[in-house]
Design a protein around this ligand. Structure first.
Ligand code: URA
Ligand code: CA
Length: 433
C-alpha cells in the first residue's frame, strides 16, 4: 500500500477501507508516515468528511494503537459519561456516586484540566488525602465492592489520538466533526466503556457554538458507537451561561455534596437527572427513563447517594467528613461581592469570561505547569432571565489575594443587565438515543 494513493482517494471524496485507515493509524503512530503526509490526510478529511463506517474503523484503529483497560472483571454493563467541556461543570462528581447508588458500576478514569478550573481529578484532590492513583486491580476491586471509583488515566491509551490531536492543533484541522467524534470515542472505548452517555455542550462557553454543530457532533458519536457495538446516547445541553452556581475546585465539591442531598442548583440537578437516567437505562438497570429518574430521586432522598460519595472518598484515602461538614474543605481567605449596577433582568452571563475570571484567581491552569489553588473561585447568584435589583450581589469572589480588581472587572463585563424582560434559557436542546 502506498500512502499517497490513500491520500488521493480521500482527496477525491471516496470512502476508505478498514485496511487503508489502519495503514494510516499504524504508519503515523510508528513514524513511517511523516507529518506532512498525515497533515494532507487530515486536511482531506476536513474537506471531504468521513462516513460512519470510516469513523468506526478510525476509532478502532486508534483504540488498538495503545493499551486498553480491561474491565471484564467488573460485573454488569460499564457505562461511561463524557462531557465536551464547559464552565463550572460539576456533573461527573455528582453522577459517579448518584448512578452507583442505583447499582450501576462506575469505573471512571478522569483527567486533569487546562482552563477555568481543574478537571474532575483536580477537584477531588481538594479533599485532603484523596488518592487518584490506584493499581488497575485495586480500581476494579473497589468498583466491585462499592460500585464507584475515580482514578487518573494510567497506561498508554490511544497514542495515535495524542499524536494526531497535536498535529490537528497546528494544521487548522481541529474543528472537523469526524475527527473530534473519533478522538473522543476512541478514548472512551480504550478506557473500557461498554456504553457511553455524552453531554455535548453548546454555546459561547463551549467548543460547539451552535445547536446545529452540536447535533452533528452528537449524531456522529452516536453513529460511531453503533458501528463499533457500544450503545451510545447523547444530550445537547446549554453552555451559554455557566452550569450551577460554583466555579472552583473545593467550591464545586461543596456544590456536588449539596446536589447529592437534593439541595443543589436547579439546572445542575436537572442535568444530572437527565444524564443519570440515560446511564441507568444504558446499564439496563431500568427499562425507561421515567423509572430511572425515580431511582435517582430515591437515592438522593434516602441519603444513599451521599453516603456512597463518602464511602468512595474514604476508600480512596480521603477525608470523608467533608461530606458532613464541607467547611473542612480548603477555604479562601477573602470574599467579596460583585454588585449589580442597575435594576433589570440578567441578559447575559458570558460563560467563557466567567471561567477566565475564576482562572485569574488561581482556580485553573493556563499552562500545564501552573498550580491550582483549591480554595478560590466564584459563586454565581443569578441566572439568565432572573430579576435583579441595583446593589444586589451577582457573584461572590473567593480569593487568597486581597486585590481582585482584574477578576472583578472581567465579571462586571461578562454579566449584562437589560431593563426589559429576558426569557430564561433552555437547559437541554435535544436528547439522542
Ligand atoms: N476533545 C477531544 O478529546 N478531541 C477532540 O478532537 C476535540 C475535543
Ligand atoms: Ca458548577
Amino acid at each position: 500500500m502506498r500512502f499517497v494513493d490513500i491520500l488521493e482517494k480521500k482527496r477525491d471524496g471516496h470512502e476508505l477501507t478498514r485496511e487503508e485507515i489502519e495503514f494510516f493509524i499504524e504508519g503515523y503512530t510508528n513514524g513511517t508516515i511523516p507529518d506532512y503526509q498525515a497533515s494532507a490526510f487530515l486536511m482531506a478529511v476536513y474537506f471531504q468528511g468521513m462516513t460512519a463506517e470510516e469513523q468506526g474503523h478510525l476509532v478502532m484503529a486508534m483504540v488498538n494503537s495503545g493499551d486498553t483497560i480491561d474491565l471484564s472483571q467488573i460485573e454488569g454493563i460499564k457505562v461511561d459519561k463524557h462531557s465536551t467541556g464547559g464552565v463550572g461543570d460539576t456533573t461527573t462528581l455528582i453522577l459517579v456516586p448518584l448512578v452507583a447508588a442505583c447499582g450501576v458500576p462506575v469505573a471512571k478514569m478522569s483527567g486533569r484540566g487546562l482552563g477555568h478550573t481543574g478537571g474532575t481529578l483536580d477537584k477531588l484532590e481538594a479533599i485532603e488525602g484523596f488518592q487518584i492513583e490506584l493499581s488497575e486491580q485495586a480500581f476494579i476491586d473497589q468498583v466491585n465492592t462499592l460500585k464507584a471509583a475515580v482514578i487518573g488515566q494510567s497506561g498508554n491509551l490511544t497514542p495515535a489520538d495524542k499524536k494526531i490531536y497535536a498535529l490537528r492543533d497546528v494544521t487548522a484541522t481541529v474543528d472537523s466533526i469526524p475527527l473530534i467524534a473519533s478522538s473522543i470515542m476512541s478514548k472512551k472505548i480504550a478506557a473500557g466503556a461498554d456504553a457511553i452517555v455524552l453531554d455535548v455542550k453548546v454555546g459561547e462557553g463551549a467548543f460547539m457554538k451552535t445547536v446545529e454543530q452540536a447535533e452533528q457532533l452528537a449524531h456522529a458519536m452516536v453513529n460511531i458507537g453503533e458501528a463499533v457495538g457500544r450503545q451510545t446516547m447523547a444530550v445537547i445541553s446549554n453552555m451559554s451561561e455557566p452550569l450551577g452556581e460554583a466555579i472552583g475546585n473545593a467550591l464545586e465539591i461543596e456544590e456536588a455534596i449539596a446536589t447529592l442531598k437534593g439541595e443543589g442548583p436547579e439546572d445542575l440537578t436537572e442535568l444530572c437527572y437527565v444524564l443519570g437516567s440515560k446511564m441507568i437505562v444504558a446499564a439496563k438497570k431500568a427499562s425507561s427513563f421515567e423509572e430511572a429518574r425515580h431511582m435517582l430521586k430515591t437515592v438522593i432522598e434516602d441519603g444513599s447517594a451521599l453516603q456512597l460519595f463518602k464511602e468512595m472518598i474514604e476508600a480512596q484515602g480521603g477525608d470523608g467528613t467533608i461530606v458532613d461538614d464541607p467547611k473542612r474543605l480548603p477555604q479562601a481567605t477573602y470574599t467579596s461581592e460583585v454588585l449589580a449596577s442597575q435594576d433589570g433582568y440578567i441578559e447575559k452571563i458570558i460563560a467563557n469570561d466567567i471561567g477566565v475570571a475564576a482562572m485569574l484567581l488561581g482556580a485553573g491552569r493556563a499552562t500545564k505547569e501552573d498550580e491550582i489553588d483549591m480554595a478560590v473561585g466564584l459563586r454565581l447568584h443569578k441566572k439568565i432571565g432572573d430579576v435583579v435589583k441595583k446593589g444586589e450581589s451577582l457573584v461572590t469572589i473567593y480569593s487568597n489575594k486581597e486585590d481582585v480588581t482584574t477578576t472583578r472587572e472581567k465579571i462586571e463585563r461578562a454579566i449584562q443587565i437589560s431593563a426589559t424582560k429576558v426569557e430564561k434559557q433552555p437547559l437541554i436542546f435535544e436528547t439522542i438515543g
